[in-house]
Each structure stands twice: as structure tokens, then as C-alpha cells.
Design a protein around this ligand. Structure first.
Ligand SMILES: [Zn+2]
Length: 302
């Protein structure tokens, strides 16, 4: 059976959508539609933009079997409403996103069940459906970029928790007391994400771009900055591994493109792991890149 789905990745600046086909084996992206996220980021304009993208992608397609949207924010446990969208206007808070997208699609004659999921979770679903973790039932994904995103699949299911907020691996309490943008302190992403790393680099007169900084490895000042990033991430991965016993840990996001970062993280993480975990640690670098969340959004099932 050849099913057709649409996956949408709603970012603060870019709205990417893909037509994904499923012919029983691996899903395949047939067409990608990229547009700017409306600058207002208002509900009305964003809904229109999502539906327009769906309209363009579904041209000539008889039936869209499902549409999934990766949403940059926390969602209610029933996966209908946004709890909080940090970079979007307040009118999004408590909005029934499933209903809003569904109505906009219907007004254009597209009838498809709509599903939403947090964007980092979509990244994990994407690795599970088309990436490193195909056929694997227990894995953790970290996206290292501006912040540290995380998605957890355990026993073949995305871990969502009692209130829908599970899997916030970027907010594991690791060390220090640096205040986190989320309202807590000492969280992993304050030190390991690109923003925190750049701030430490700039303070030493080093390049703020992570890949440039990474290429300076061997320079004592650069090593000092990178050491905090790697060590913080290693503690985060070790803590997560001890809690969840994953078969693999997948690293994605912009920072994962730094050459050799997977091996560097592995050797650091092993130091923190208890003996039985040491030889089992399997850290992979995501290969799907920007398409991961699209595959994930299209694959949301419930
Ligand atoms: Zn935090």
C-alpha cells in the first residue's frame, strides 16, 4: 500500500513541509516545500502558511493519509494544545493546534487527520522511522544547537510523561548554578548548547561559531571552552543512559556536524558510566540532518 503523508516543521524563521510516501519499507520524501515563517508568527498567518504548503504538496495527489506538525514548544498530554511556545505570540498558548490546522486544511478541500508533536520529539521519531534507529525500540536523541533538544523512545513508544513534558534532556541538572532560560538553573543546555559555548568563547576572544571553534582544538583557550561543552554533554548522556538504558544515543543539530564530536563525546561519557554500561554505549551522529523532523512529523501515529 502506498500511503502519502505530509510532515511540517514549524520553525521560528522557516516553515518546511514535505510529502512523504510509505510503500511498506522505508519512508521517502517525494517533495519539499520551504517558505518563510510569517514574521508576525500570528496564529492566523501561520495556519494559512501551513495550509498553503500542504496545498502545494498535495497537488495531483488523490489522498493525504495524515498530516503531522512539529511544533516548537511544550504540548498538552493529549497532543492537541500548545502549553507554551517560547518564541511565538501568547495567542498560541492553550490553542487547540490540531483543530486550527484541521479547519484551515478543510477550507481548502484537504481532508486529513492532523497530529502534532514537540519538535525535538519529532526529531526522535524521524530517526526511528527513517534514520539511525530504524527497528530500534529504545533510543535517545539529543539535538545540539541553540539549545539542547531531546526526544526519548522507550519500549517502542515516544516517552511523553503524565503532563506531556517528558524528555527534556537539555534541562538535566548537571553542574553549576547558571540560570537557564526555562526558569531553572544548572541545566545542561546553559553550558553545552551553542549559545552558552559561544558566550564562553567570546569572553576569551575566540570565534563564536562552533565549527570554527572546534577546528581550533589543540589551542589551550579553545580547549578550555570546548572541555566544558563536552563534559556537560557527557554528564547529560551518562545520566540519561543510566535512567533509560537505551540501545543507542543519537546526536543531531548544528553542533553535531563538527568532525569527530561523536567520538569525543563517547570517550568522555564512558568515564561517567557505571561498568556494565561502559561497553554498551553506542553514540551515533544523525545523518538525515534537516529532514529528520519532517520524517518524524509525517510518521506521528496515534
Ligand atoms: Zn532549563
Amino acid at each position: 500500500m502506498n500511503a502519502m503523508r505530509i510532515g511540517v516543521d514549524l520553525g521560528g524563521h522557516t516553515l518546511t513541509a514535505a510529502l512523504v510516501s510509505y510503500d511498506g519499507e522505508k519512508p521517502r520524501i517525494e517533495k519539499i516545500d520551504k517558505s518563510d515563517t510569517p514574521r508576525s508568527r500570528s496564529v492566523g498567518e501561520v495556519m494559512e502558511a501551513i495550509a498553503s504548503a500542504a496545498e502545494r504538496l498535495s497537488e495531483g495527489i488523490k489522498k493525504i493519509d495524515a498530516m503531522g506538525v512539529a511544533v516548537p514548544g511544550m504540548l498538552t498530554a493529549d497532543r492537541r494544545r500548545a502549553l507554551r511556545m517560547p518564541n511565538f505570540p501568547a495567542e498560541w498558548d492553550d490553542l487547540d493546534v490540531v483543530d486550527a490546522v484541521g479547519r484551515e486544511l478543510e477550507s481548502r478541500g484537504i481532508r486529513a487527520p492532523v497530529r502534532i508533536e514537540n519538535d525535538a520529539n519529532c526529531y526522535a521519531l524521524g530517526e526511528g522511522s527513517a534514520g539511525e534507529a530504524v527497528g530500534i525500540s529504545d533510543f535517545v536523541v539529543f539535538t545540539m544547537g541553540t539549545g539542547i533538544g531531546c526526544g526519548i523512545v522507550t519500549g517502542g513508544r515516544l516517552l511523553t510523561g503524565a503532563y506531556g513534558m517528558a524528555g527534556e534532556g537539555g534541562h538535566v541538572v548537571v553542574r553549576g548554578d547558571v540560570p537557564c532560560g526555562c526558569g531553572g538553573k544548572g541545566h545542561s543546555e546553559t553550558l553545552a548548547a551553542a549559545d552558552g559555548t559561544s558566550a564562553r568563547a567570546l569572553a576569551k576572544g575566540l570565534p563564536e561559531d562552533f565549527e570554527k571553534l572546534w577546528k581550533m582544538k589543540g589551542n589551550p583557550a579553545a580547549d578550555e571552552v570546548l572541555d566544558v561543552t563536552l563534559d556537560t554533554m557527557a554528564r547529560t548522556i551518562a545520566t540519561t543512559s543510566h535512567l533509560l538504558d537505551p540501545r543507542m544515543v543519537i546526536i543531531g543539530g548544528g553542533m553535531s556536524r563538527a568532525e569527530g564530536i561523536g567520538d569525543a563525546l563517547k570517550s568522555r561519557t564512558v568515564e561517567y558510566l557505571s561498568r556494565p554500561f561502559k561497553k554498551l554505549l553506542d553514540i551515533r551522529i544523525s545523518r538525515l540532518g534537516n529532514e529528520t523532523a519532517l520524517y518524524g512529523a509525517a510518521s506521528i501515529d496515534r
